[in-house]
Design a protein around this ligand. Sequence first.
Ligand code: ELD
Length: 548
Amino acid sequence: MALTWFERFLASMLRGAVGMLFAVFQLLAQRRGADRSVRRLPPITNPLLKVPAMRLARMIRRREVTSVEVVQTYIDRIQEINPLINAMVKDRFSLALQEAAQVDKLIEEETGGEDVLEDRLPLLGVPFTVKEAFSLQGMPNSTGLVSRRGVISATDAPPVALLKRAGAIPLGVTNCSELCMWLESHNHLYGITNNPYDLERIPGGSSGGEGSILGGGGSVIGVGSDVGGSIRIPAFFNGIFGHKPTSGVVSNVGQFPPASGQQPGFLCTGPMCRYAQDLLPMLRVMGGANADRLSLSSEVDLKRLRFFSVPHDGGSPLVSPVDQQLVLAQRRVVQRLEADLGVKVQQLKIPQLKYSFQIWSAMMGAPGKDGKQPTSFAELMSDHGKKVWPLWEIAKWTVGLSKHTVAALGLVLVEMFQRAQPTQFILQQKESLQKDLEELLGTDGVLLYPSHPHLAPKHHHPLFTPFNFSYTGIFNILGLPVTQCPLGLSEEGLPLGLQLVVGKQQDRLSLATAVFLEKTFGGWRDPGSMATATTQLDTSRGTSTTTS
Ligand SMILES: CCCCCCCC/C=C\CCCCCCCC(N)=O
């Protein structure tokens, strides 16, 4: 049963009302910020900041550079840009420098040669950053909740521990949205995080601090989590790579909030980074023994893959249409795949995608196999057992007295009206989408799909388009691995990008395609050099060139 005429009528009334509210909001925001110009980050001057993590590790092992030098270079960059982007919320710089000095000593004393070190400690001496929602020993773990102020991690979350065990050195923790459940990385503990390509725009969420620090060149690899797009949305808005692995491969233990109900099957921890070649080795480390399920060492011959392109969700009345610049970017990818690899990319429409939001929200709220309901958002927000009364909190919010963001309060309200059980129709849509996509992708298919309908929005704008995350959220429910891949910059200098969706346990296919697209479209760009470097897109030939 598709939407009834009454539901469509309600949706268009809602769109009209939200459109009017948005117009008022923009008018007020314009008046307030009439003389503000786009502010960007200073350009990267130290070439070490432009070296992929695995190459840095090799240089450190070969003593071409010391770990102390690399860590200090990143600390300097963070100190330069963090006052502008507010991405790192707590650092451990002096500990990181001590650990780097120990690494340099270990390398000097190692007699087994470079190969022994590479095998045992593939990331030895390389700095990394971690979303604050994960435990990192000695660092705060509040997930933006004021009532969790002062919670300090005693241990490391397993993926963080695995990265440390591989020799990587944590620099600190980064901002996220309140309870990891919004597109804007904002909370009343650490404030709001900015996008490095335009400080008046959002870096996305919930791993927005990671996206921003990586995009700004203050980190080269980082750890994020994703139950509706929280790795892929910030990776897209900040022009970097992000991979949501096959469900269950990377441990979700050691993050707050813990997933409940059926959510453990949807939540994924995964790598975020500036260089495509770092995704696979990071995933191998973060997955531990489970990474063996992904045959990451098998060669991928891109010419033998089957590619599919789906340009939009088929017109959900709740979700914005896809920006024309993103439509063109996806078309250019199709052209390059066909021209360079000699493959034929099949254009598709997948009608069930229109129900992505309904499917995501029904499944997120569904009881687990044990029949237990998931922990409600209101419960997670409660202050030492004291319940949150959303209407009272909203009243307090209007006079600046609430400890919560308006987005989090909005979510509590929405949750109050949500059905306990998904409708039969939505369950059918989910099942048939799962079956169709698994059959389509098999073990050699790659689906191209927009990462989000809009380029990085201005601060607070997602409050008027709250369902746009459905473009990413649907793949959490389906448990499919997805890589977000940057594709150069838009006319206004904002990152373009695309999701590469593959079959379960076929992560290596989207990772290999991301490496190809990085070579073809230039991958991550220094947001500070945008005044001198522009991407010229030749749409007729589908090529892109960078000029300085
Ligand atoms: C005041 C406006 C608030 C309206 C709330 C509308 C409800 C929309 C429902 C869910 C939004 C969830 C956004 C999830 C973003 C990514 C989450 C993640 N951790 O992967």
